[in-house]
Ligand binder design. Sequence first.
Ligand SMILES: CCCCCCCCCCCCCC(=O)SCCNC(=O)CCNC(=O)[C@H](O)C(C)(C)COP(=O)(O)OP(=O)(O)OC[C@H]1O[C@@H](n2cnc3c(N)ncnc32)[C@H](O)[C@@H]1OP(=O)(O)O
Length: 189
Amino acid sequence: MTTPSVQRSGPASSRTTAPAGAAVPAPSGPDPRLTSAVMADYRGCFGCGEEAAGGLRLRRTGVDDGAVTAEFDVRAELQGAPGLAHGGVLATAMDEVLGTAAWLLGKRYVTGRLETDYLAPVPVGSTVHLRAWCTGVDGRKAYLEGEGRVGGPDGPVAVRAAALFVEVPEEHFTRERVKHGHSTKERAN
Ligand SMILES: CCCCCCCCCCCCCC(=O)SCCNC(=O)CCNC(=O)[C@H](O)C(C)(C)COP(=O)(O)OP(=O)(O)OC[C@H]1O[C@@H](n2cnc3c(N)ncnc32)[C@H](O)[C@@H]1OP(=O)(O)O
C-alpha cells in the first residue's frame, strides 16, 4: 500500500510513527486464513455489523489512492453533547477504518494503541467520510493513520487518528471465547 499524499497538521506520537525504513506493503486483500469461521463473521461488529442494532453500521466503500475508504451516518443515538457526535463514536469509527486498512495487509491485527485528534464538531445527521492508510510495517507492528471528513469526501477534516496495530495468531480470538464460555456457533442459535 502506498502512503497517500495527505496533509497532517500534527505528528503522531513516537509510539504510532513507523520507524525510518519500515516497509509499506501493497494491499494484498484478506489472507485466506482470515476467512475461517472464527474470523469471517463480522455481522455483530459494533463498528460495521448490520446486526449490531446500536452500532455505527460503517460502510466500506473501497480503496482510493492507497487508502481504504468508508463512511457512516451520525444517527441521533450516536450523539454526546446535544446534536453532536460522541467523541468515542468517532474514535470507534477511526479504529474500524484503520483496522480495515490493517486487514488488507493480509494478516490478523488488533489495535495496540489508538491516538485521536478532534478538530471540529460533527453534527448529528451528517455523514463522516473516512480514509485510512498504512505508513509502515515493522515485524509484528503495523503503523496506520487516518482521517474523517464532514460535508463530503473532500470536506474539512473533523477527526484524525494514528495507530499501532499488532499482528496476532488466530488463538488470540479463540482463547478468550473459550475462557468465557462463548461458542463460535453461539450466534446461530
Ligand atoms: C473485506 C472484509 C473486511 C473485514 C474487515 C474487518 C476489519 C475489522 C476491523 C476491526 C477494528 C477494530 C480493531 C479492534 O478494536 S481490536 C480490539 C482492541 N484491541 C485489543 O483488544 C488488543 C488487546 N491487547 C493485546 O491483546 C496485547 O496487548 C497485544 C496483542 C496488542 C500485544 O501483546 P503481545 O504479547 O502479543 O505482544 P507484545 O506486548 O510483545 O507487543 C508486541 C510489540 O508491540 C508493541 N506494543 C504493544 N502494545 C503497544 C502499545 N500500546 N503502544 C506501543 N507499543 C506497543 C510492544 O512494545 C512490542 O514491540 P517490540 O518490543 O516488539 O518492538
